[in-house]
Design a protein around this ligand. Structure first.
Ligand code: GDP
Length: 416
């Protein structure tokens, strides 16, 4: 049973959000499938296991059945939090936005920004969720990458920054130019495992467009990040080592939104998307300390803070309760500070009652893994809680806290 602490800098808690039909499910499935394959290969070094996995994928697809699914990419742990597809200002949507640190917004390359994507975007704005955009369905007739980028500015009020340039479109969508590293990533249909593209020099035919798009990216980045602005004003071309952390800073600050493209359908572009998730979206350490109030303080003034550290007293927020066909009731929670251990007692500070933590599970797309402890910044499912509902805080009895409650717009009361 895993008992070691996670390296928090290598954790990403992300949501995938989209207008219905833009390809959220397909993109998520592709991410889980692809990361599952490589993780499994890395883990067991066994071709047979990989084949089983692939057969399984072909026969029924990898679907998300849990509120949070853990996967791995490039020595990072990625927790994908299921963001409900509907877009009303419901408690459920807001709660899922609250527990994630960053998001991938998926768009249909032909449709661009649709009314529902606008609503989802605004919700993420309310919670200052750092985002990257994935323009999906580049294979579709009528797919237009640049039109989508323009719409992100015009319709969403974002500061979009294309970090890729598509090579071809529709049935001729051959790959992308990575504008950060200035390389062509050309899809490679034969590769079943490993890299699904070849990294090549930028072809002569695309050299000028790539240079222009690179310069535009740097201009946008300069406006979004002071360090790049200084270099820009001095006329110094920033290096990759300067560009990557600057894109990360701008994404986390929300001053620019990196835009990538691909087609989840055929797994084209999903690997560069995963690279962008680990490179640019925040870890729990990049996020501000969580705040809350003492349960005995009737004013409910949020004057307590907890840092994302295992050294701090325990605080965790329950965001979803689901019924698992094998395990029964599972309570999904995010630990914000301290450590939660299986078999221990904690306080539900909202109800003022003690709860005993049963087993703790990390949910993967094809298996669940029992773990003995879970530390700050991580998301897991817990069995055995009897009297705790969504939105409630679990914490240390010695240093209780009620995590800041979320505010919702007042209900509209219609008078006939
Ligand atoms: P969701 O409603 O956002 O979860 O969207 P889905 O993932 O269910 O996809 C909606 C439809 O678009 C399905 O019919 C998918 O097969 C299709 N689709 C998803 N990704 C792509 C893509 O990259 N290209 C094309 N042509 N179709 C896609």
């Amino acid at each position: 049973m895993a008992t070691t602490a996670l390296d928090l800098a290598k954790v990403r808690n992300i949501g995938i959000m989209a207008h219905i039909d833009a390809g959220k499910t397909t993109t998520t499935e592709r991410i889980l499938y692809y990361t599952g394959v490589t993780y499994k290969v890395g883990e067991v070094h066994d071709g047979a296991a990989t084949m089983d996995w692939m057969k399984e994928e072909q026969s029924r697809g990898i679907t998300i059945t849990s509120a949070a699914t853990t996967t791995h990419w490039d020595d990072h742990t990625i927790n994908i939090i299921d963001t409900p597809g509907h877009v009303d200002f419901t408690v459920e949507v807001e709660r899922s936005l609250r527990v994630l640190d960053g998001a991938v917004a998926v768009f249909d390359a032909k449709e661009g920004v649709e009314p529902q994507s606008e609503q989802v975007w605004r919700q993420a704005d309310r919670y200052n969720v750092p985002r990257i955009c994935f323009v999906n369905k580049m294979d579709k007739i009528g797919a237009e990458f640049h039109r989508c980028v323009d719409m992100f500015a015009d319709r969403l009020g974002a500061n979009p920054m294309a970090i890729q340039l598509p090579i071809g479109a529709e049935s001729d969508f051959k790959g992308v130019i990575d504008l950060v590293h200035m390389k062509a990533l050309v899809w490679n249909a034969e590769a079943k495992l490993g890299e699904m593209y070849d990294t090549l020099d930028i072809p002569e035919t695309h050299a000028e467009a790539a240079r222009e798009a690179h310069d535009k990216m740097i201009e946008t980045l300069a406006e979004a990040d002071d360090e790049i602005m200084e270099l820009y004003l001095e006329g110094v071309e920033p290096t990759v080592e300067q560009i990557v952390p600057a894109i990360r800073r701008a994404t986390i600050a929300g001053t620019a939104v990196p835009v990538l493209c691909g087609t989840a359908f055929k797994n084209k572009g999903v690997q560069p998307l995963l690279d962008a998730v680990t490179a640019y979206l925040p870890s729990p350490l990049d996020v501000e300390s969580v705040t809350g109030h003492d349960p005995k303080d009737e004013s409910e003034e949020a004057n307590l803070t907890r840092k994302p550290s295992e050294e701090e007293p325990l605080s965790a927020l329950v965001f979803k309760i689901m019924s698992d066909p094998h395990l029964g009731k599972l309570t999904y929670l995010r630990v914000y500070s301290g450590v939660l251990e299986a078999g221990t007692q904690v306080l539900n500070s909202v109800k003022g009652r003690k709860e005993r933590i049963g087993k703790i599970y990390r949910m993967h797309s094809n298996k669940r893994e029992e773990i003995a402890r879970v530390g700050a910044g991580d998301i897991v499912a817990v069995m055995g809680l009897k009297d705790t509902t969504t939105g409630e805080t679990l914490c240390s009895s010695a240093q209780p806290i009620v995590l800041e409650s979320m505010s919702f717009p007042a209900p509209v009361i219609r008078v006939a």
